[in-house]
Design a protein around this ligand. Structure first.
Ligand SMILES: [Zn+2]
Length: 348
């Protein structure tokens, strides 16, 4: 028995969410040639050199800058959280990431967002503006998922007193104060997500999303070694997840055995895929129908024909390609899937 791609396009269901978690490796993979002007995205190890932070760090008394940036920042912060040099570092990093611009043609992040529906969730640890900007430019044309920010982001501002966030220049509807930029840097030893009001709310949304997830994709995120608090939170959320998760997919360039060890606590029922890149993932193979394809494959043992997202075309062609999928979703019978375990279409 088989499901053809046209059958897959024609039968969207509300069968749980697809949750995608993005780390720095995702942005690096999505923008191998940098931004619209060729400005590169730094990794944590290359940040000091690329942004010219060396002289500033020396001024702050840092003797060797040939180390991981986050640990240097943490040491400075722990010596004195009010050091003026910390402010200088934050300003330089903020200005660099804030200046990055999306290339005009569709990027991997446009493809990623279009491959999911509004019921799904994309959570990101990244500072860079690319996901936010891709969302902004396609959201009016295609229903795409909400983005959850697990760290601060250069495009986001928030009210420290109320659970409100938005773009820069917006005002809090509760207290009428102008929103303040979200914070990018935390000392690594005590990345205190729980005490940052903006990030705390976002983590709560992710935890809820994970409880309703049928499939989870982790893309370019290597948390287990660098970010203890995040891993603890993920572990707790995963452990409490009502075992709806049928499949975990890790998109990473690392060796499969290394990934298996790294993500062992998160691998559910031994279903574990690790495609080398996004375009080989289930997201790109079954865009907007990842949960439906999974249901047919795992519950009914059917072979499901792939419907690969056209990666090398411009926006007009891409939007025409995605149109039949969106139309079928819009026509989806409202009563048909009600009562299914997973609730509605909105993320928040
Ligand atoms: Zn407020």
């Amino acid at each position: 028995m088989r499901i053809t791609k046209s059958q897959l396009v024609e039968k969207p269901e509300n069968w749980g969410r697809h949750v995608v978690i993005l780390g720095a490796g995702a942005s690096v993979a999505a923008f191998p040639n940098g931004d619209a002007s060729g400005r590169k995205l730094p990794t944590m190890d290359g940040l000091i050199k690329l942004l010219g932070l060396g002289p500033v760090l020396k001024r702050g008394g840092v003797k060797s800058t040939r180390r991981n940036f986050e640990s240097i920042y943490s040491e400075l912060y722990e010596s004195d959280p009010n050091l003026p040099v910390l402010r200088d570092i934050e300003d330089i990093i903020y200005a660099y990431f804030d200046s990055l611009r999306l290339p005009e043609t569709p990027t991997l992040y446009d493809h990623l967002l279009m491959s999911l529906r509004s019921k799904d969730i994309v959570a990101t640890f990244n500072w860079d503006p690319f996901l936010f900007d891709a969302w902004t430019r396609i959201n009016d044309s295609v229903p795409v998922p909400e983005i959850i920010h697990l760290h601060g982001n250069v495009r986001l501002a928030y009210c420290p007193e109320h659970p409100t966030y938005g773009a820069h220049g917006m005002y809090c509807p509760k207290c009428d104060s102008e929103l303040v930029p979200s914070r990018l840097l935390y000392p690594v030893a005590t990345k205190n997500y729980v005490n940052d009001p903006f990030v705390k709310t976002e983590w709560e949304v992710l935890k809820k999303g994970l409880r309703q997830a049928r499939t989870v994709t982790i893309f370019g995120y290597s948390a287990p070694t660098t970010d203890k608090e995040a891993v603890n939170i993920l572990n707790t959320a995963w452990g409490k997840a009502n075992r709806l998760i049928e499949r975990t997919e890790i998109i990473d360039i690392k060796d499969k055995e290394v990934l298996w060890k790294q993500w062992d606590p998160f691998i559910v029922r031994t279903y574990f895929d690790c495609p080398e890149g996004f375009y080989k993932s289930r997201l790109a193979s079954y865009p907007r129908r990842t949960c439906e394809a999974l249901k047919d494959q795992t519950f009914y043992g059917l072979w499901v024909e792939e419907n690969p997202l056209p990666a090398k075309v411009g926006f007009d062609e891409l939007l025409s390609w995605v149109k039949p999928l969106v139309e079928a979703e819009n026509n989806m019978g409202k009563s048909k899937d009600q009562g299914d375990a997973d609730g509605g279409e909105t993320a928040k």
